[in-house]
Design a protein around this ligand. Structure first.
Ligand code: ZN
Ligand code: ZN
Length: 128
């Protein structure tokens, strides 16, 4: 597989626009709803290519669904085991994950950190 930056197709631009306008994590179905004039397989192909290029992220949730997000800046994720919500966590790591892995001699293309637990909303609902 070539590592060179591919030119974005008009459809890829529309996918990116959909993701950045909605500012959330969208499932493939939600993206398809926004692009209902395009065939399913074509949209999936565009999503795959954007993931390969690291322009968007595919996150696998525990139930087996995947959500997509436009990569603005590196961040980690928190997934609530109770309500299934996905939260973006922006935090300073003392040492970037890339550097930790690089110290072992590997070359990092992408990092993906996800924490699991019970979110604050669910905790609050429980304590009431
Ligand atoms: Zn929750
Ligand atoms: Zn995110």
């Amino acid at each position: 597989m070539s590592r060179g930056k591919e030119k974005l197709t008009p459809l890829m631009h529309r996918v990116l626009q959909t993701l950045s306008e909605n500012q959330v994590h969208l499932t493939a179905d939600e993206i398809l709803n926004h692009l209902d004039d395009v065939g399913r397989a074509t949209v999936y192909r565009a999503l795959d290519r954007l993931c390969e290029q690291g322009i968007i992220n595919r996150l696998s949730l525990e139930g087996g669904t995947s959500v997509y997000e436009y990569v603005r800046e590196p961040h980690m994720h928190f997934i609530c085991r109770q309500c299934g919500n996905l939260y973006d966590i922006h935090a300073e790591f003392s040492l970037p994950l890339e550097q930790i892995v690089a110290k072992c001699g590997h070359s990092v293309m992408k990092t993906d950190v996800t924490a699991y637990g019970i979110c604050k909303n669910c905790l609050m609902a429980e304590s009431n």
